[in-house]
Design a protein around this ligand. Sequence first.
Ligand code: ADP
Ligand code: MG
Length: 691
Amino acid sequence: MPPEKGVGTALTRLPGIGARLAEKLGKLGIRRVEDLPFHLPARYEDRTRVLRVGELRPGVSALVEGEVTASEVTGGRRQRLVCRISDGTGHLELVFFHFYGAQRQKLVRGARLRLFGEARPGPVMLQMVHPEWSLVEPDAPPPTGGFIPVYPSTEGLTQLQIRRAMAAALEQVDTLQEWLPEALRAALKLPSLSAALRHVHAPETDADIAALIEGRDPAVRRLAFEELLAHRLSLLRLRAEHQRVAPAPALNVEGELPGALLTQLGFALTQAQQRVHAEIKADLATTEPMLRLVQGDVGSGKTVVAALATLSAVESGWQAAVMAPTELLTEQHYRSFMGWLEPLGVQVDWLGGRLSAAAHRQALLNLAEGRTQVVIGTHALFQEAVVFHRLGLVVVDEQHRFGVHQRLALRDKGGGHIQPHQLVMTATPIPRTLAMTAYADLDVSVIDELPPGRTPVQTVALPDSRRDEVMDRVRVACKEGRQVYWVCALIEASDVLEAEAAEATAERMRTHLPDVRVGLVHGRLKAEEKEAAMHAFEQGELDLLVATTVIEVGVNVPNASLMVIENAERFGLAQLHQLRGRVGRGEAVSSCVLLYKSPLSQTARARLSVLRESNDGFRIARRDLEIRGPGELLGTRQTGELNYRIADLLRDGDLLDHVQQAAATLLQQYPDATQALIDRWVGAGERYAQV
Ligand code: ADP
Ligand code: MG
């Protein structure tokens, strides 16, 4: 294999691989000769020993030997050859739908065969259909087949074809460059690249096959390590490139505005808020563009920390933009920011679909001419029509699904010669393992403390056969002057169906609880209708708010102390925790009822019990990761970025600290290795081509 540079070596350069075969391999992500060795076997066929026929079980692929006891051609027009063999411990039937005369002459009574195939249940006894077979002499030496790899494949691609291609590639495996420094491999007890590849593709007859398949074998760990390292290097490089494009404005972080806000707040920042505020300040004060993720559980007080950052921008003569994923949330932020910033003389504006055309035009003008100092809006803020006068800071709220590409797009709003600082905030705590891989390009701050006086939400899970009881609880709570959310969402349902479900539920509530003032919010309502309902609920004019997950993020009504969630078993834990975070924001002891449809699956039961037992978003996210895997947790967008060929974040999580250290070392001391590893594992720019 020539050096892995650029596009690499075309597969068709290997003997026996034509364009069609190359195309099929491409479907497996194998595009270059260099990719082949990193396509690992899914399992191995054990041809190291001969199994007794009596030991065969359906579904087992094995090597057996026996003597033909019967052989005949049956069937009318579509003839087949059926033989039986025995080794004294049991009988096995062999079926050939295609056969030749010569074959028939060899498979006669008394012939001794060595066979390899998968045993399946047949009408009379276990069968093998089209096994591999050969005649053996009575004193034939034991088999030397070893463990034969079985590769993940795709339609029209046989194991034999993959194995041949692999064999050709493996002949050149020694020419693959070893990029992990000797000292690093020694410290982690990782084998060399060529030794690791040989071992996984052609294990010795005494290899621990289970360890290979489960990824415990040092050879697999070595490959996973290298892959994780390459991805981390790639993200770090992306970050470096990002920051090189243009400097950010160095902001005055010691001005008067932040201090003025703090004295006027009516509460003191928690220790955690203070720490994170300081971390942000340190970033903002330099021309290196900030790329920081703030993680904080629901209710940990991220908004005020963001507001403080926007004040540093304003103080220094720069604009700040605050984005949130839903209009509802932007409206709420707008109210908070207005409440905090307007008394300080700061011009805050809101940009959203509800504005009239004229008001919208005016808002755009105010932004472009610099009259607006802080603007709140959805991601529409980053449409081309929106022009900033001097954008110095972007805050992205509730957006852990905000990928590398979007982050890159944001910097362009700075006008080219300068780029804004970026602050991303999320209430879905990402377990460290994920954060380190998905967000290697971000610095991470954690607000790991709730403001004082919060009582944990008591959570129970009930089958929906007990709905009446729950309705009673709702009635009692409302009578006591408390407010209630009833969340009825359907997962994977359309907006329309979800809205219908919510409407039906609201109707039922109105009928069954005549004394309760019921409101309704769902995604199909007009913005004004949603706003009106939310506003009425906030003002205490409604007792019960029936809603879909539009209330998932951010909504803040301290008097609400009971939440009921229907179809809870269908939600992700992180999402349930988010929803639940809408209550427990005030003085009253709050509770959350998870209604589920019985019977519950084992997994669903496990998930719901995590929520009952914990109020710690980080713990919950970790369990969610274990139960559902990283793709689900991060959402589809990021899944692409976490599509590893070999590594598995759950299995290999313990490697990540070492990966982080190794990445730093490589960047400093082995720049060639950095580029080569990224080429090898992440592809020659392919992944980021679609930005
Ligand atoms: P989240 O982190 O979920 O976005 P918010 O920023 O919405 O949380 O804060 C939740 C509530 O807590 C708000 O009403 C906010 O004003 C209040 N809050 C924030 N920080 C503190 C604090 N240090 N002490 C008391 N209340 C606080
Ligand atoms: Mg928030």
